[in-house]
Design a protein around this ligand. Structure first.
Ligand code: ATP
Ligand code: MG
Length: 180
C-alpha cells in the first residue's frame, strides 16, 4: 500500500484544484511558514475519516472550506481524494488503485466515495481498519503524538497495539454483532 497522490479542491488554503503525485521513496514537502504544508497533511487526515475539527485545527468542520481572500471569493465546498496503490490488496477491493474521496458543503452536508461510488463514513473506517491507516491508525504521526502514546491510559495504548497487530477489526465486528 502506498499513497500515490492526492487531489485537493477548495480545502483550506487550496482554492485552486491541485493534484500532487508521490513517487516511490520519501517525499518531503517544503515551503515558507503559512504556505499550506500542514494543510496537506490535514487533507490526508480528513479523508481518512477525521471527525474532530480541532484535530484539523479548526472550530467546526466547515472551517476546512476555503474561506476566501481579498482577491478570491470563498468556496462552497471542499473536496479531497486520496489515490492509494492497492496492487498488494491491502484493501479487500479488486482494483489496483483505490480512490477515496471526501466532500463537505457549507451547509455541513458530507459525501464520501470509494472509487467514485458514494459510500458511508462507516465504509471508509472499515476499509482502513487494521491497515494502520485509518483515523486511529499510526500512519499519521502528528506533533505530540509520541508523548500522547507514552502517557495514555493502558486501554488506549492497547488499542494502538491491537491496530498494529491487525486484530481491531475482529473486536469491531464482535462489538457490532453484540449490538444487534
Ligand atoms: P508552518 O511552516 O508555519 O507550519 P504551514 O506551511 O504548515 O506553515 P499551514 O498551517 O498548512 O502552513 O497553512 C496555514 C495557512 O492556511 C494560513 O495562511 C491560513 O490562513 C490558511 N488557511 C487555513 N484554513 C483556511 C481556509 N479555510 N480558507 C483559506 N485559508 C485557510
Ligand atoms: Mg505547519
Amino acid at each position: 500500500m502506498r499513497l500515490k497522490g492526492i487531489k485537493i479542491n477548495g480545502f483550506k488554503s487550496f482554492a485552486d484544484k491541485i493534484s500532487l503525485s508521490f513517487s516511490n521513496g520519501i517525499t518531503a514537502i517544503v515551503g515558507p511558514n503559512g504556505s499550506g504544508k500542514s494543510n496537506i497533511s490535514d487533507a490526508v487526515r480528513w479523508v481518512l475519516g477525521e471527525q474532530s475539527a480541532k484535530m484539523l485545527r479548526g472550530a467546526k468542520m466547515e472551517d476546512v472550506i476555503f474561506s476566501g481572500t481579498q482577491k478570491r471569493n470563498p468556496m462552497g465546498f471542499a473536496e479531497v481524494t486520496l489515490i492509494l496503490d492497492n496492487s498488494d490488496r491491502t484493501f479487500h477491493i479488486e482494483f489496483d488503485e483505490v480512490e477515496v474521496t471526501r466532500k463537505v458543503f457549507l451547509s455541513g452536508e458530507s459525501q464520501y466515495m470509494i472509487n467514485k461510488s458514494a459510500c458511508r463514513l462507516k465504509d471508509i473506517h472499515e476499509i482502513f481498519m487494521d491497515t494502520g491507516l485509518g483515523r486511529d491508525g499510526y500512519s499519521m504521526v502528528g506533533q505530540g503524538k509520541i508523548e500522547e502514546i507514552l502517557s495514555s491510559k493502558s486501554d488506549d495504548r492497547r488499542q494502538i497495539f491491537e491496530e498494529a497487530a491487525g486484530i481491531s477489526k475482529y473486536r469491531y465486528r464482535k462489538e457490532e454483532a453484540q449490538r444487534k
